[in-house]
Design a protein. Structure first.
Length: 277
């Protein structure tokens, strides 16, 4: 559903320069942390792989500092980031292949490596795309499918890391997991329906608001989980408090995008109301 009466430039969630720069800053930090998590999770005898993971972390830490100093997108720096992300994707896929063949047995599960690889691919697609994203309901739903899957898996990882004695926390997490499983299924259904390109799709608009509400609840749960990990008030196998902070920041990122989605869908509803008068 394109939003008639609006120029393509007006449909951008962010300005081309500032929006992409903020996106790059966020994801470069995330890539750095992914490399650190791999290094932490690899078996101690896999010295070469650990060194490669640490080298990626150092590379992205350098890129992170340079991007934070930047005020515009430098083409040369952008090409360097694209090359680094592409190399990290290849490295993560090689790690996953070794895990699937039981050649190495890290403390991180295969789904976690697939999860972070998916995010790297998402980042790569974002910075390589010349067009402003999210100008249609279908695109918004597609992005929601991506994030809802990531949020669902975050909950699964949290459950996996909690000690079995943490029954109340596990129960809370399982309730959230059921909610996000249903949200993901619905998002996939609505995305498929949106391919018919209806002039308006109010059910999808309502759904975006529901996702926003539930994601805020999940973000608060993650914030609490991070706090109790930092204060050593929970029994878990979380390898580093950075991990719980990492998933909380990703929930914050999704919430920020949802607020932008809501603004965009409000424009859509206003246009529909105007057309019906």
């Amino acid at each position: 559903m394109t939003m008639e009466g609006q120029a393509p430039e007006a449909l951008q969630v962010n300005s081309v320069t500032n929006g992409r720069l903020q996106e790059i800053r966020f994801w470069v930090t995330i890539m750095k942390e992914h490399a650190l998590f791999i290094a932490l999770g690899l078996p101690c005898d896999q010295i070469s792989l650990i060194e490669q993971a640490r080298a990626f972390a150092a590379q992205f830490e350098d890129l992170e500092a340079r991007v934070r100093r930047a005020t515009t997108i430098d083409p040369a720096l952008l090409r360097e980031i694209i090359a680094a992300v592409s190399a990290l994707i290849a490295f993560q896929r090689s790690i996953l292949a070794l895990m699937l063949q039981c050649i190495i047995r890290p403390s991180i599960p295969p789904l976690f490596v697939d999860h972070i690889t998916r995010e790297a691919i998402h980042f790569l697609e974002l910075i390589q795309s010349p067009q402003p994203p999210l100008s249609t309901i279908q695109q918004i739903l597609r992005r929601s499918v991506f994030w809802l899957r990531q949020m669902k898996e975050h909950i699964e990882f949290i459950i996996h890391l909690l000690d079995p004695s943490e029954r109340l926390l596990i129960n809370q997490a399982k309730k959230l997991l059921e909610v996000f499983r249903k949200l993901l299924e619905t998002a996939r259904d609505l995305e498929s329906m949106s391919e018919s390109q209806p002039q308006f799709f109010n059910a999808a608009v309502r759904f975006i608001f529901e996702v926003n509400e539930q994601t805020a609840i999940l973000r608060d749960f993650k914030a609490t989980a991070h706090e109790v990990v930092v204060l050593c008030r929970v029994l878990s196998t979380v390898p580093d408090p950075l991990l719980t902070d990492h998933v909380r920041r990703e929930a914050d990122k999704f919430l920020k995008e949802l607020e932008e989605f809501k603004s965009l869908t409000n424009v859509c509803e206003s246009l529909r109301a105007g057309n019906n008068q």
